[in-house]
Design a binder for this molecule. Structure first.
Ligand SMILES: N[C@@H](CCC(=O)N[C@@H](CS)C(=O)NCC(=O)O)C(=O)O
Length: 220
């Protein structure tokens, strides 16, 4: 199975970490921001990463789909062992909420910082707007961390006291913040900070983060 995109995208990283936790092998093909060609376009009609292809899975034809949530829904249905989306109504609803929180609220905040401090100046060589990034750090990040501080249970997992897609989705955008040296102040947000450190230390996240750090460092 193929994922198209860059693991610097929190959505691509979410799918790769999910697959690692499930013991599934996905091939990552570079795509997005002008890369990937027709094969990527076939999986993602609007050029958003990740795209996904499961060769021959649709009655002999390739099954193609985009959107990290759709891809994970497909994989979870196809590979139900070691479930990462609870089946009980409350657990499932909470998992969907945290994934949605990550994909919209967290991503909107994080992308202002990562885009303007890394993607625009270093990848696109177009200059970033530091004012937008600094305002997001000062005004948008703290209420998000206040919220997380209040909802992280002692178990260290957001839902069902075990790892679910909720944890993968919420922890993923914080990797991007780490790449641009935005750290969670442990004095102000001790529970949220420890939670993120714990999720990022998992064998599914840690090697990806290390590889990304090397990639980011190459841009200077
Ligand atoms: N809801 C989508 C969001 C995908 C998305 O916005 N991806 C961004 C990268 S983080 C992208 O491809 N941006 C490039 C573009 O819009 O051309 C998902 O969960 O996969």
């Amino acid at each position: 199975m193929i994922v198209y995109g860059s693991n610097l995208s929190p959505f691509v990283r979410k799918v790769l970490v999910y697959a690692a936790e499930k013991g599934l092998t996905l091939e990552l093909v570079a795509a997005g921001l002008g890369r990937g060609g027709p094969d990527f376009k076939e999986t993602s009609p609007f050029g958003k990463m990740p795209g996904f292809r499961d060769p021959g899975a649709d009655g002999g034809k390739d099954f193609c789909i985009s959107d990290s949530t759709a891809i994970i829904a497909y994989l979870e249905a196809k590979y139900p062992q070691n479930p990462l989306i609870p089946i009980d109504p409350i657990g499932r609803a909470r998992t969907v909420w945290f994934e949605e929180f990550a994909d919209t609220i967290l991503f909107a905040m994080g992308s202002k910082i990562f885009f303007n401090r890394f993607v625009a100046p270093k990848v696109l060589k177009a200059g970033g707007d530091e004012g937008i990034a600094a305002a997001a750090v000062a005004h948008e990040l703290p209420p998000i961390l206040d919220y997380l501080e209040g909802v992280v249970p002692p178990s260290g997992f957001l839902v069902a006291d075990r790892l679910t897609v909720a944890d993968i989705a919420v922890a993923s955008p914080f990797v991007n913040l780490g790449h641009v040296d935005v750290v969670v102040d442990p004095a102000r947000w001790p529970k949220a900070g420890a939670y993120l450190v714990g999720i990022h230390a998992r064998p599914s996240f840690a090697p990806l983060i290390a590889a990304e750090q090397r990639m980011v460092a190459q841009f200077g």
